[in-house]
Design a protein around this ligand. Structure first.
Ligand SMILES: Cc1cc2nc3c(=O)[nH]c(=O)nc-3n(C[C@H](O)[C@H](O)[C@H](O)COP(=O)(O)OP(=O)(O)OC[C@H]3O[C@@H](n4cnc5c(N)ncnc54)[C@H](O)[C@@H]3O)c2cc1C
Length: 399
């Protein structure tokens, strides 16, 4: 047993903090370097599927996450005009997959994760510029000129990862022609004062709407996707005028105008896509989360995949702790095929959601209903393989 490995995690977001929690529980020495002056998140919700909740269960974090999250009693899928395509009882997912999903405010999730590790394992205001990696150790250099050396470096520094760029060069994001608007609205500000009339996924020509509760149902998170090739700013914090959303969705179900009107602050985000990359690891450095597999948000799996990575990385290191380089390769072998498949499935899902032809959309909706009726999968959209996965089980490690 060699649990004296010193592991530097670059990035204290959802993936980095989960990795710290998972590695500390396995007895490793961990330090997190986060570029921001505080651990904070943008104001938005995040969906955690059954797979993410099972991974959190292994880390003893399922209960605190559920206590501040929201659990919809049904998963609702509707057309843009309000016709119900499918209604799935949440208890069915729990029975089939071993856990129910949960939706949560990103800041609340980050709080739970931050509280789950000792404060002194995180250094703030530390922006990594580059890493160097070899067979015996790895080092990270920061923008203030300082450097650290560790037995292993884990890049959990998000979509614009400096660690990934150091290892493999810059990536080539492609604009998808899709953008999304989002807002978090107090339920008390909604005319219905309830989430249910709006809740769920709404599919329409050129767009998808995702509406769910967070913070025990006190807030409602709205993400409104649309096709627009003219806006190409990949920012999570650029604001826009509410009138734009009201206009975009004016032909959708009238109840949606109510919810859009209740949102004071709206953000606008151009969606870029990146192909899965062929390797995550070099020497004593690897990457996880968005640094390794940024994906479109259509499956609500970005955070879930980062959480799965963290669990599997810790398990791989625990199994091969006397061979850290081999352990990183085991982690990559175990995770890259699945995460890449999720990236590609999320890409396809965006196109399937935005179908313009009414006939194609009807064909999609009937196929969903039939698959559900036949019991082929819980939601009828063929994503059982995502929910089934259990990152903490021994089977999650490749043979
Ligand atoms: C608006 C929005 C909605 C989303 N909705 C969902 C959803 O519903 N479901 C879902 O599963 N996923 C969703 N995602 C995606 C999900 O949030 C990400 O996939 C997930 O946060 C990935 O976690 P991460 O830790 O890899 O990256 P991040 O959460 O981006 O964390 C990266 C961390 O690294 C820090 N950092 C960056 N660069 C450096 C550096 N050079 N040095 C040191 N630190 C650095 C950052 O400050 C940050 O704290 C959403 C994302 C956004 C933006």
């Amino acid at each position: 047993m060699n649990r004296t490995l010193r592991i530097a995690v670059i990035g204290g977001g959802i993936g980095g903090l989960t990795a710290a929690r998972a590695l500390l529980r396995r007895g490793f020495e961990v330090h997190v370097y986060e570029s921001s002056p505080e651990l904070k998140e943008i104001g938005a919700g995040v969906a955690l599927g059954p797979n993410a909740m099972k991974a959190l269960r292994w880390l003893d974090l399922e209960a605190p996450v559920r206590s501040i999250g929201y659990q919809a009693p049904f998963q609702l899928l509707r057309t843009w005009k309000g016709r119900m395509i499918s209604k799935t009882d949440a208890t069915l997912a729990a029975q089939r997959f071993g856990a129910n999903g949960c939706t949560i405010h990103r800041a609340d999730l980050l709080d739970v994760l931050a509280q789950s590790v000792p404060a002194d394992v995180v250094t703030l205001s530390a922006r990594c510029e580059a890493v160097t990696t070899g067979q015996a150790s790895a080092a990270a250099r920061f923008t203030d000129g300082s450097e650290i050396e560790a037995d292993l470096v884990v890049g959990a520094d998000g979509i614009h990862s400096a660690v990934r760029t150091s290892l493999f060069g810059p990536d080539a994001p492609q604009f998808t022609g899709k953008i999304c608007y989002r807002s978090v609205i107090p339920v008390a500000d909604l005319p219905a004062r309830r989430i249910e009339p709006y809740e769920g996924l709404w599919l329409g020509p050129h767009g998808t709407l995702v509406i769910y509760g967070v913070r025990r149902g006190e807030l409602v998170n709205v993400v409104a996707h649309y096709e627009d090739a003219t806006y190409q700013h990949e920012s999570w914090i650029a604001q826009c005028d509410r009138r734009e959303i009201l206009d975009r969705y004016r032909r959708w179900h009238p109840s949606l105008q109510e919810i859009f009107a209740a949102g004071d602050i709206w953000y606008k985000w151009a969606l870029y896509d990146r192909d899965p990359i062929p390797a995550w690891t070099k020497g004593r450095t690897t990457i996880l989360g968005d640094a390794a597999h940024p994906m479109l948000p259509y499956l609500g799996q970005g955070a879930g995949q980062a959480i799965e990575d963290a669990c599997v990385l810790a398990a791989a290191l625990a199994r091969l702790d006397d061979d850290p380089v081999g352990a990183l390769l085991l982690y990559e072998r175990s995770r890259r095929p699945r995460a890449s498949r999720v990236v590609l499935t999320a890409r396809a899902r965006g196109d399937d959601n935005h179908l313009v032809s009414p006939i194609a959309a009807l064909r999609r909706d009937v196929a969903i209903a039939v698959r559900k009726r036949l019991g082929a999968d819980v939601t009828g959209r063929g994503e059982g393989w995502i929910a089934e996965y259990d990152a903490g089980s021994p089977g999650a490690l490749a043979g």
